[in-house]
Write a protein that binds this ligand. Structure first.
Ligand code: ZN
Ligand code: FE
Length: 262
């Protein structure tokens, strides 16, 4: 008999604003309860109350208001919750209790989140990865079939940051900051039009969105097969944007530019 699948990290989606996702984390077996990127406290507090949970951890991936705007209200309701965010954005995220940087580990029940620095969307953007929990919280760096805009970084930086996420185990579930998947798929097809995995996934995403269902989580294996921003080093993608043989950073920059104008 196959061993039963035991999910070591439970992740629930809390939609916020127009297309943000806040994540509610629990580690079955401990009282650890986490919230990732609460831009809006209202839906997060409502969900915590509904499930009668007491918040212990607040995770922030970067300083943008749609990711940190709910921090103060969450802390007001749960003063013992530890607010964790990027050390290099300390000045831009008020009230942090734990400032973390590359390689730091954050305990969450029996699990541990490793901090991965992924600058580009913002200078201090971080991702939280748990290997045992098989999940990464990628904020606005890696989206399903997309990546964040480079507000504070260069193409070279963003390509390297995405490379860090790309090399995580393929089963790692990807939880990103926004439901941008359907638009991302439409764009992806313009730069990687003959990719069978992408064509199939785009159709699946259309079905999910028609039924008003989330497309999250993805996983690293699926992203590596379908996300054009992770595939800038694929000859077919370079050729499709007229840059056959070019450096992947140049190809990546061209894809990002096209997406900015899509
Ligand atoms: Zn952002
Ligand atoms: Fe955002």
């Amino acid at each position: 008999m196959p061993a039963p699948t035991v999910e070591r990290l439970s992740v629930e989606l809390i939609p916020a604003f127009k297309d943000n996702y806040i994540y509610l984390l629990r580690e079955p077996g401990s009282n650890s309860v986490g919230i990732v990127d609460a831009g809006d406290s209202t839906p997060a507090l409502a969900e915590l109350a509904r499930q009668e949970l007491s918040l212990t951890h607040i995770f922030n991936t970067h300083h943008h208001p749609d990711h940190v705007g709910g921090n103060a209200a969450l802390k007001a309701q749960y003063p013992d919750a530890v607010l964790i965010g990027p050390k290099s954005e300390t000045a831009r995220i008020p009230g942090m209790d734990m400032m973390v940087a590359e390689g730091d580990e954050v305990a969450f029940g029996s699990l541990s989140f490793r901090v991965i620095e992924v600058p580009g969307h913002t200078r201090g953007h971080i991702a939280f990865w748990t290997e045992a929990g098989s999940a990464v919280f990628s904020g606005d760096t890696l989206f399903a079939m997309g990546c964040g805009r480079m507000f504070e970084g260069t193409a070279d930086q963003m390509w390297k940051s995405l490379g860090r996420l790309k090399s995580l185990p393929s089963v790692t579930r990807v939880y990103c900051g926004h439901e941008y998947t359907q638009t991302n798929a439409r764009f992806a097809l313009t730069v990687d039009p003959h990719n069978p995995a992408l064509i199939e996934r785009a159709a699946e995403v259309d079905r999910l969105r028609a039924a008003e269902l989330p497309t999250i989580p993805s996983n690293i294996g699926i992203e590596n097969a379908t996300n054009p921003f992770l595939r800038a080093d694929e000859p077919a993608v370079a050729e499709a944007v007229g840059l056959a043989g070019a450096d992947p950073v140049q190809v990546f920059a061209e894809i990002r530019l096209r997406k900015d104008n899509f």
